[in-house]
Design a protein around this ligand. Structure first.
Ligand SMILES: C[S@@+](CC[C@H](N)C(=O)[O-])C[C@H]1O[C@@H](n2cnc3c(N)ncnc32)[C@H](O)[C@@H]1O
Length: 250
């Protein structure tokens, strides 16, 4: 099939994401397709209409818009780098202004009431602050008892044996050192006794999906790191992929 913008992000694994305009997704995802990652996470979270959800590190708020539209939840769209007025414009344009509330702030210093949220989700952002051993204890205070926290992060399918593998040397920046294995993340949360881990897994074929995303960016001239496409193809999931954790607050 010829590639064009009506099918370039089509993936049968993500029927909900397939409904959205690929140009809009390409324009507003700050890493790999944020709708794919959100949809994957939500397969393991039982979201019900009117639940209060924190979308932590929501970037340009399209995951928040997706959550409101697909699940009828109310979303506090919280991010550090992105101007909330720009997010508000996107939220209004998508017709969910009564359901999504944009706020700018630091994940380590949040303005919310304790026990406020029914669920906290975090897509491709937890690696910027959540590797701190003490962070889960801070975050879980904002969840109601029995509330759910779910994250998706890019990560390692296995640890490096002897430093950065040759084929990843032009991919691996200093900010990748917070990429870890699923076992690493599971242990970080499990040992606290604060949560019960419901899911800790990796995305089957995650690296291929990353390649599909990079090829779509190449096709539209929106790939900020064009050399990554070939590198990820070469890796083919040996090291690089996506990790999902879902846990219930005890
Ligand atoms: C790779 S982007 C992902 C954004 C969005 N979830 C997406 O996938 O398009 C990482 C996001 O983490 C946010 N972030 C980084 N450090 C943060 C912090 N300390 N508090 C809140 N957000 C933070 C940034 O503002 C940025 O939007």
């Amino acid at each position: 099939m010829a590639k064009n913008l009506t099918n370039i992000l089509y993936n049968e694994k993500f029927p909900l994401s397939n409904k959205y305009n690929p140009e809009w997704i390409l324009e507003n995802s700050m890493g790999p397709n944020v709708l794919w990652l959100t949809e994957w996470l939500c397969k393991k979270i039982d979201l019900k209409p009117n639940m209060r959800v924190l979308d932590l590190g929501s970037g340009k708020a399209i995951s928040s818009i997706f959550l409101a539209k697909e699940f009828g939840v109310k979303v506090w769209s919280y991010d550090l780098w992105i101007n909330p007025t720009d997010n508000w414009k996107r939220i209004i344009e998508e017709g969910v202004k009564d359901m999504v509330f944009p706020i700018q702030g630091d994940a380590r210093n949040m303005p919310f009431a304790e026990n406020f949220f029914d669920a906290i989700i975090c897509i491709d952002s937890y690696i910027y602050f959540g590797t701190d051993d003490l962070y889960l204890n801070y975050l879980q205070k904002f969840l109601s008892p029995g509330g759910i926290i779910g994250i998706v992060v890019p990560g390692l399918m296995k640890d490096f044996e002897n430093g950065i593998p040759e084929h990843l040397k032009n991919f691996w920046g200093q900010d990748c050192w917070s990429w870890h294995t699923v076992d690493w993340w599971k242990k970080l949360w499990d040992r606290t006794g604060l949560v019960e881990i419901k899911v800790a897994d990796t995305m089957p074929d995650g690296c291929n999906l990353y390649v599909q995303w990079k090829e779509a960016q190449d096709f539209t001239g929106k790939n900020p790191w064009p050399e990554d496409t070939a590198i990820l193809k070469k890796d083919a999931g040996e090291y690089v992929g996506f990790i999902r954790l879902v846990a219930k607050k005890l």
